[in-house]
Ligand binder design. Structure first.
Ligand code: SF4
Length: 240
């Protein structure tokens, strides 16, 4: 039996479809190792549990995470220390920005595992926000308006999984941008849900062994699969 397609794979496919192929044959680990700063920001966001004194809560979590993260993840102590120092200077601004959005985020369930045999999809959602809304934590920059396309489709994937689980349609989602103290609410459209199902089918074909063409705009410069990908390319071109 084929394993379900992970919502994470949809994000990977949108970065470059070939990454699915190489990750599947275990030639690379395309899930980029999270940098200490991103790991810290994400963990801080997941630690928020009440609406009062957000800055105090974040500062307390920061000192706990400083001790705990190296026990849980492979992470350099120096890199983590530098990230913690940087974060100490930013926590005030992050808390002031996020305080306006806490009603959207709390109460919540963090890191929710979802699975559907019927949909052939699975995933771990960052946060299940009030009203059953899926919420993603993004440690990079927010776009000028709205959210990035990759996040829109990943939200649609989680909305499908949540909708199936609760027998309802989930029409709204959130993306959290802690670096900018922002939370953006977006509508989830049927067209994106349908696109997720098409991407799921395409990903299945790749996992069954179909090497996709190299996209013209693929981000090859910083790609961890560049070496194996170029070899595959030249092997294939010998036959034509
Ligand atoms: S090297 Fe370029 S084409 Fe190959 S997997 Fe990476 S991004 Fe895709």
């Amino acid at each position: 039996m084929q394993l379900p397609v992970r919502i994470h794979d949809i994000g990977l496919y949108l970065r470059c479809p070939r990454l699915i192929f190489f990750e599947n044959i275990r030639n690379i680990n395309a899930s980029r190792k999270m940098k200490a700063r991103s790991l810290l920001l994400r963990s801080l966001m997941l630690s928020i549990s009440q609406k009062d004194d957000l800055e105090g809560q974040l500062r307390e979590s920061l000192s706990r995470l400083r001790e705990e993260l190296p026990l849980v993840y492979e992470i350099g102590q120096d890199e983590l220390e530098a990230a913690c120092l940087e974060m100490e200077g930013e926590i005030g601004a992050i808390a002031r920005g996020l305080a306006r959005h806490l009603d959207l985020l709390l109460p919540c369930q963090a890191e929710v595992d979802l699975f559907s045999d019927r949909l052939g999809l699975s995933g771990r959602l960052d946060r299940l926000a009030p009203g059953g809304m899926p919420s993603l934590i993004r440690t990079g920059k927010a776009p000028q308006d709205g959210i990035w396309k990759r996040d829109r489709l990943m939200l649609a994937g989680y909305a499908l999984l949540l909708g199936e689980k609760h027998g309802t349609h989930i029409n709204q989602g959130l993306v959290e941008y802690p670096r900018q103290g922002l939370v953006r609410a977006v509508e989830i459209h049927g067209v994106d849900r349908a696109r997720v199902l098409r991407l799921r089918d395409r990903i299945k074909q790749i996992k069954e062994g179909q090497l996709p063409d190299r996209p013209e705009d693929a981000p090859c410069q910083e790609c961890e699969a560049r070496e194996i990908c170029e070899t595959r390319h030249s092997l294939a071109s010998r036959f034509f």
